[in-house]
Write a protein that binds this ligand. Structure first.
Ligand code: PLP
Length: 391
């Protein structure tokens, strides 16, 4: 018997779209020139980069000149936060972010704190939502930057970014958003959302790994975090990853074209999975906002079960998911995101994140519905606490 393979970890990374893979290969093997060279090889890759820049800009309703290509979401977050902190240090040294940001933000802010900057970490409610009122209260005269993610990577909650951006604009504070999970999945218009800086990553939207971009609104000053050549408007020295950038560009174009279709198909499958599991298993809780969350995200807490044990058992059945209890591999601490939402340690430990994608099929969901309830039941049978509290 062959085990079915089901990939439900698209928040970690996505498979490269087959059309995108062809483009990446082309710019590795055939059109391989250095985009800074003046000869025809260089001109060909320069053109490919221009096109990619237009495509990424188009996905978020920006001007291509406002897109800087980087090595991924982590670098975009670093450039946004350190770049603004350094450029505006004479204006002030206060930064506001939230407790549920990705480590690329949290650890960068902690680094800046050691350099003498001050950081306020806004709390979230039980759905993982930042409150605009809290933000308004936290803004001071020396606040130079607010960084609140567009959608969370663990439970998919979509933040009230438009309102947050409006407050920042009124207060004259720069607004950065980590859009890595959201861009390509849901509409993300930087003008409509009042965003000044937006981080993006190719491998979260069916492009290759190791490439991303930072949108930076005209007029926002940034200090480059790397010295060298004058690539990328002097914001990112180093020969450009043309295969990756061209692939990212096509992935962005396809994301825009297919967005509506992807959202309706994927969210229907996600809902089927959610209701199916909630019907088959008791003591299950949905993590995140019931409506305002990414269409592909399902984060559930199964009481009396360890997320890690569920993951291992699912893996043996060929199902790849993720657990909120050890999002930083190697540690067994519950996720900082779930704890920030006020979740008890035991419940956070029983969380399971399943993130669907464009290639997820109905049979995949049926298979998980067939397998997962039995796994939970078997694990619970071994839990003394389960017997004590439920019998
Ligand atoms: C994946 C992710 C990142 C990091 O992006 P990389 O391209 O992998 O460096 C940053 N923020 C969020 C919200 C993410 O999901």
């Amino acid at each position: 018997m062959t085990t079915q393979k089901v990939y439900l970890d698209h928040a970690a990374t996505t498979p490269v779209h087959p059309e995108v893979a062809k483009v990446v290969l082309n710019y590795m093997v055939k059109d391989f020139g250095n985009a800074s060279s003046v000869h025809s090889f260089g001109r060909t890759t320069r053109k490919a980069m221009d096109e990619a820049r237009e495509r990424v800009a188009d996905l978020i309703n920006a001007n291509p000149k406002e897109i800087v290509f980087l090595s991924g979401g982590t670098e975009a977050d670093n450039l946004a936060i350190k770049g603004v902190a350094e450029a505006y240090k004479d204006k002030g040294k206060h930064i506001i972010t939230s407790e549920i940001e990705h480590h690329a933000i949290i650890h960068t802010c902690q680094y800046l704190e050691k350099q003498g900057h001050e950081v306020t970490y806004l709390p979230v409610d039980e759905h993982g939502m930042v409150s605009p009122e809290d933000l308004l209260e936290a803004i001071r005269d020396d606040t130079v930057l607010v960084s609140i993610m567009l959608a969370n990577n663990e439970m998919g909650t979509i933040q009230p970014v438009e309102e947050i951006g409006r407050i920042c604009r009124e207060k004259g504070v720069i607004f950065h958003s980590d859009g890595v999970q959201a861009v390509g999945s849901i509409p993300a218009d930087v003008d409509a959302l009042n965003i000044d800086l937006l981080s993006m990553s190719s491998h979260k939207l069916y492009g290759p790994k190791g490439v991303g971009a930072l949108y930076h609104r005209k007029g926002i000053k940034l200090v480059s975090q790397q010295t060298g050549g004058s690539h990328e408007y002097r914001l990112r020295a180093g020969t450009e990853n043309v295969p990756g950038i061209a692939g990212f560009g096509l992935a962005a174009k396809l994301a825009k074209e297919e967005m509506e279709e992807r959202v309706s198909r994927i969210s229907a499958l996600r809902d089927k999975l959610q209701y199916g599991l909630m019907q088959a298993v008791d003591h299950v809780k949905l993590n995140g906002h019931p409506e305002k969350r990414l269409p592909n995200n399902l984060n559930l807490s199964f009481e009396y079960v360890e997320g890690e044990s569920m993951l291992l058992n699912l893996d043996m059945k060929g199902i790849a998911a993720s657990s909120g209890s050890a999002c930083t591999s190697g540690t067994l601490d519950p996720s900082h995101v779930l704890l920030a939402m006020g979740m008890k340690h035991e419940v956070a430990h029983g969380s399971l994140r399943m993130t669907l994608g464009r290639e997820t099929a109905e049979e995949d969901i049926d298979y998980v519905l067939e397998v997962l309830p039995g796994i939970v039941q078997r694990l619970r049978e071994m839990s003394p606490l389960y017997h004590k509290e439920t019998r």
